[in-house]
Design a protein around this ligand. Structure first.
Ligand SMILES: [Fe+2]
Length: 167
């Protein structure tokens, strides 16, 4: 375990955690897209995979601005969230019910990321690292937009799930 002795050290640690989380997510999103039956939801997962690859790149740029090596740290929270996503992926019930489950799992991921990026951005702001703040803000906006999009999609998906049943 490393000893964190400063706010800068804490920012680097947050970025390493996010770098791990985003990398883990790039491996999970294709499976979520494949498991979704609703076409708009499938597309939204595929689009967010594309965005997530951009989030990884932004984090690499942030490390480079801070003159720190881009290292990942296994994000235990994301590991758990992805494990729950996997449960939704493997759910064998009606497609609409699985879709509703996938949206729930994906929104948990987004909320975690929004919290983590918000924390990292606040640290970067205090440290006067404004280029890093700008990068984190861009990603934060995309995570929030994804969350809103998922809420929008959940309206019809949940309605379909309500009327789905297996005999
Ligand atoms: Fe992200």
């Amino acid at each position: 375990m490393t000893k964190i002795t400063s706010l800068r050290g804490l920012l680097i640690d947050e970025l390493m955690d996010l770098y791990g989380a985003e990398t883990q997510l790039t491996r999970a999103l294709p499976k979520m897209a494949a498991a979704a039956t609703d076409e708009a939801l499938k597309q939204s997962f595929s689009w967010h995979l594309y965005e997530t690859e951009g989030h990884v790149e932004r984090l690499e740029r942030a490390f480079s601005i801070l003159e720190e090596p881009a290292k990942t740290k296994t994000c235990k929270a994301m590991e758990g969230l992805i494990a729950e996503g996997k449960e939704a992926v493997n759910e064998k019930g009606p497609g609409a019910v699985r879709d509703a489950n996938l949206i729930g799992a994906a929104q948990r991921v987004e909320h975690y990321e929004i919290a983590a990026y918000g924390t990292a951005r606040a640290f970067a702001e205090l440290l006067g690292e404004m280029e890093v703040v700008a990068l984190l803000t861009e990603t934060l906006h995309e995570e929030a937009a994804t969350d809103e999009k998922l809420t929008g999609l959940s309206k019809s998906v949940n309605e379909n799930a309500l009327h789905s049943f297996t005999v």
